[in-house]
Ligand binder design. Structure first.
Ligand SMILES: [Zn+2]
Length: 120
């Protein structure tokens, strides 16, 4: 077994790798691997009612990080904002807004009851 502070020799590592080859994978392992599949390739992808944060994360993953507020020109705390709050994956329906402008915009649309928390 692996002992802390002691480096494993090449032979030991190779033997372990050889043992692993041809080894049957358990169902739990397969399940774990399936969850490592990203995005909509993942069977656990939630199509029906994803959380708003999930939508924003997916959009960011697809179109990259928002960097420039289209309203005030700020470059800090910039996030993607969905114009019509339909949250379709249509690029033109989204724009980059800093957190402050995003808050105001959403607040005007009555989509937010309280200011965006710093944690979110
Ligand atoms: Zn702004």
């Amino acid at each position: 077994m692996f002992r802390r502070g002691k480096k494993q020799s090449k032979e030991v590592i190779e033997n372990r790798v050889l043992k692993l080859i041809g080894q049957k994978r358990s169902d739990a392992y397969k399940q774990r691997m399936s969850f490592m599949r990203l995005g909509d390739k993942n069977p656990a992808w939630n199509f029906i009612n994803p959380h708003i944060k999930t939508i924003h994360r997916r959009f960011r993953n697809k179109y990259g990080k928002a960097v420039l507020c289209g309203h005030c020109g700020s470059t800090v705390n910039v996030e993607w904002s969905n114009k019509n709050h339909a949250y379709d994956f249509v690029r033109k329906d989204w724009r980059q807004l800093c957190r402050s402008c995003h808050n105001k915009y959403d607040y005007d649309k009555n989509k937010r009851t309280k200011p965006y928390s710093k944690k979110g």
